[in-house]
Write a protein that binds this ligand. Structure first.
Ligand code: ATP
Length: 331
């Protein structure tokens, strides 16, 4: 495990930003941290990058406690914050050269490092452009290049797609996938689930400082699906037989019958659902309707994150929060 969080606690005054949060990120994974505003995503990321201390629990990054040896952790970790701060009048190449210098890359090696990174993030032709004239998507890619300067094995990306148009999002997504294929482990936060689907191998649902579900995408899916209700309707007069078949079966809970229809909680995912349908059909039950309520990850996410805060999925009303580490914000 490259990231280990065990019952981590972080308080800001009376605010419990992390409340016994536990999660693990395996080497080579793309782990999505999903949660509504204020869930604790940025706080987790700042602790991983050794920019913030914890108040309790155990943290290991590549086996190292960031509180004991922050410099060693930072050598392994590249961090892209959720804001882009820059001095006036700096060109893209100068911006990267400056951060290469802070990483103690020798002056003679720096031009090649900068050129390679600009090529990687597809900004070669913007090398001489003033950073402030770049589009939002270009700034995000430059910020990603900055996070890569010391060739870290773990990349922490805080809301990298926020404020990007669909085309820029696709571009960034491809870049992140490519970095993962090149062997880097990536932790990426978002409050928009669709941004993470198809990109992440693992997911952690964070809310009010707690990790509500974590694991491989499919596991999280079944944890979520484990809470969904099935509504079914039987054609003809088979409802009593259908009830007898379903009652007492492991994935079926809280079964209620209403006329020719019934509802129950399904403990499982698509496989369990398909098995039950097959069983009913093989016993001659004519199913007129079979509906999974809350079947989407989005609904699951809303259910898991406190009282279904819609800001969690509606970016038009969600404001990214600032951070107290690193440069000044210029969002
Ligand atoms: P967002 O999606 O809005 O960026 P987040 O999931 O990254 O949210 P955090 O920024 O980690 O959430 O914040 C977790 C909680 O800690 C929130 O209640 C936030 O208001 C609080 N918090 C964060 N930073 C500070 C700070 N420097 N001082 C006081 N409270 C803070």
């Amino acid at each position: 495990m490259i990231v280990e969080f065990d019952s981590v606690v972080k308080r800001y005054g009376k605010t419990m930003a992390l409340d016994n949060a536990s999660l693990e990120v395996p080497q080579g994974a793309v782990m999505g941290l999903i949660g509504p505003n204020g869930a604790g995503k940025t706080t987790s990321m700042l602790i991983i990058t050794a920019l913030l201390s914890r108040d309790g629990g155990r943290v290991r990054i590549g086996g190292i406690d960031p509180q004991r040896d922050p410099l060693a952790v930072r050598r392994h970790v590249g961090y892209m914050p959720d804001f882009f701060g820059v001095y006036e009048g700096l060109r893209s190449s100068e911006y990267l050269d400056f951060f290469a210098a802070t990483q103690r890359i020798r002056p003679v090696a720096r031009p090649a490092v900068v050129a390679d990174l600009l090529a990687l993030v597809d900004l070669e032709d913007k090398s001489d452009s003033d950073v402030n004239t770049l589009s939002r998507g270009m700034k995000q890619r430059l910020s990603l290049a900055r996070a890569l300067i010391h060739d870290p094995e773990l990349l922490i990306l805080d809301e990298p797609a926020s404020g990007l148009d669909p085309r820029a999002r696709v571009h960034l997504r491809e870049l992140i996938s490519e970095l993962n294929r090149m062997g880097r482990t990536i932790v990426i936060s978002s409050h928009i689930l669709s941004e993470l689907e198809g990109l992440c191998t693992h997911l952690a649902v964070v809310d009010h400082g707690a990790v509500k579900a974590v694991g491989e995408i499919d596991d999280v899916r079944s944890q979520i699906f484990g809470r969904q209700r099935v509504s079914l309707r039987v054609a003809g007069s088979g409802v009593v037989e259908a009830e007898q078949i379903l009652r007492g079966r492991a994935p079926v809970d809280d079964l209620e019958v209403f006329g020719d229809s019934m509802q129950f909680s399904l403990n499982g995912g698509d496989n369990e659902s398909a098995d039950l349908i097959a069983q009913l059909v093989s016993e001659g039950i004519q199913l007129a309707e079979w509906r999974l309520d809350g079947a989407g990850l989005e609904e699951l996410f809303l259910e898991l994150t406190h009282d279904g805060d819609r800001t969690a999925v509606d970016e038009s009303v969600a404001e990214p929060s600032g951070s107290d580490a690193g440069e000044g914000s210029s969002k």
